[in-house]
Design a protein around this ligand. Structure first.
Ligand SMILES: Cc1cc2nc3c(=O)[nH]c(=O)nc-3n(C[C@H](O)[C@H](O)[C@H](O)COP(=O)(O)OP(=O)(O)OC[C@H]3O[C@@H](n4cnc5c(N)ncnc54)[C@H](O)[C@@H]3O)c2cc1C
Length: 419
């Protein structure tokens, strides 16, 4: 067992967490920054053999490494609470308790995967999921890749596929073209994004389109696509399909933080409803890396008791407007709720069909009636999809947040009996 202490503990080392740790460290207080990935950077700056990190990402990583009072723990995840201001963690070898005075949650977001017939076939992944796999070294050279779902991430994924030697055969966006065109027309307010959108233009882009089904015997060989009401079949080797992002709020829920609109609620200082807990980045609402960096800095200064620089507040406001524009443009069409049939798998870990839980009142009753959510992902995929499909309320939080070793859970019990 290895117990740890940080005056300020930051969970998550994506843009928000890196920025929060750096700002908090200016106070001279001890900062502990931990993330379950092997390298800092979160989703957008995910390191891997096939990645050349952007200059900004390298700058943040170097700045954090150079700061003597920041301790960086990689491959380390928080799995539960273990008393007041104490978190239970584990890494590949160790487990223990982390004590803190102030906590900054920078847990990011994950993809919303909506079930449709064939979505569990090998060759079908999330959109960001495929991107993460390519960054880790997946070879897509010469493969025909269809990308579908919603949001600007689809364009970034198409670009990654193209630069990795894959052939993008379709980019199906569910939002209507007139809405995305209006969004592009507003991009002059964020010149960097305008340049990015020009760079990412893709001839295979189709608005008002969605994948109805994926087909194949033992792996994907084709998809059925609906474009402006017309249905066609398209041969492909991979389908990357994601319907935007949902904030990771499970740890915040365990800690008793108030949740609003499915995200951690914070005030102007990024302080949550629990006074010593702050939150920043996409766990407080999806808005992109620029907003995450600004919010992280504000949270870091506030948690360390320092005044917030006016510039950070202005930058946050600028990118909040962008986040609102993205949310409005890419809001999901309610008809997506009927993509799956009663025979479509909802919980892929435990093979539970949608029809097995469709009549239930909430996630808890669904779990009592079936094995859904009891597999390796602990409902991260299926509970999130079910919440969207059935408008169920947020389920009460449950520990451990991810599967953990028995030794880790015993470690917490031993600690609690010491107190
Ligand atoms: C799969 C995926 C791919 C994406 N790719 C792109 C892209 O290419 N381009 C782009 O512009 N945007 C991309 N995004 C959007 C991107 O997430 C944000 O713009 C940005 O990274 C948000 O920063 P953040 O710091 O809020 O969260 P993140 O970058 O998501 O960082 C959060 C970090 O917290 C860690 N974490 C969470 N809970 C725990 C815990 N309990 N214990 C330990 N660690 C924890 C996570 O592993 C993660 O590393 C992607 C999103 C996803 C989900």
């Amino acid at each position: 067992m290895a117990d740890l202490y940080g005056e300020i503990v930051v969970i998550g080392a994506g843009p928000a967490g890196l920025s929060a740790a750096l700002a908090a460290a200016q106070s001279g207080k001890s900062v502990l920054l931990l993330d379950d990935n092997p390298h800092p950077g979160g989703q957008i700056w995910r390191a891997g053999p096939a990645v050349e990190l952007p200059v900004l990402a390298r700058r943040y990583r170097q700045a954090v490494a150079a700061q003597k009072n920041i301790r960086w723990l990689h491959g380390c995840k928080v799995v539960a609470l273990c008393g007041t201001r104490r978190l239970l963690y584990e890494d590949a070898q160790h487990c223990g308790v982390i004590e803190y005075r102030r906590l900054i949650l920078c847990c990011g977001a994950r993809e919303l995967l909506l079930p449709f017939p064939g979505w569990t076939l090998p060759g079908v992944t999330g959109a960001g999921g495929l991107q993460a796999q390519i960054k880790q070294g997946l070879d897509v050279r010469g493969q025909r890749v269809a990308i579908a779902g919603s949001g600007p991430l689809l364009l970034a994924v198409a670009d990654t596929v193209r630069r990795s030697g894959g052939r993008v055969v379709l980019l199906a966006e569910q939002a209507p073209l007139r809405r995305t065109a209006r969004f592009v027309g507003e991009l002059w307010r964020w010149p960097g994004k305008l340049r990015q959108s020009v760079r990412l233009v893709n001839a295979r882009y189709r608005g008002d389109s969605r994948v109805l089904a994926a087909h194949g015997e033992s792996r994907l060989d084709s998809i059925e696509v609906q474009e402006h009401g017309r249905v066609r079949r398209l041969a492909c080797d991979r389908l990357a399909c994601g319907y935007g992002l949902v904030p990771n709020i499970e740890l915040a829920l365990l800690l008793g933080c108030r949740i609003e609109q499915q995200a951690v609620a914070v005030n102007a200082q990024q302080q949550s409803s629990v006074a010593h807990i702050y939150a920043a980045g996409e766990c407080t609402g999806v808005g992109g890396s620029e907003l995450a960096l600004a919010e992280g800095a504000i949270a870091g200064y506030a948690a360390s008791g320092a005044p917030t620089p006016m510039r950070a507040l202005r930058v946050r406001e600028h990118w909040q407007r962008f986040a609102t524009a993205v949310t409005t443009t890419f809001r999901l069409d309610p008809s997506l709720k009927s993509l799956a049939t009663a025979q479509t798998v909802l919980c892929r870990c435990e093979d539970v069909m949608l029809g097995q839980v469709a009549g239930q009142a909430d996630w808890r009753s669904a779990k009592l009636a079936s094995r859904c959510g009891m597999g390796a992902c602990q409902g991260k995929v299926c509970a999130t999809a079910a919440r969207y499909l059935f408008d169920w309320p947020l389920p009460p939080p449950r520990a451990p947040l991810t599967p953990a070793r028995i030794e880790t859970l015993l470690c917490c019990m031993a600690r609690e009996s010491d107190v």
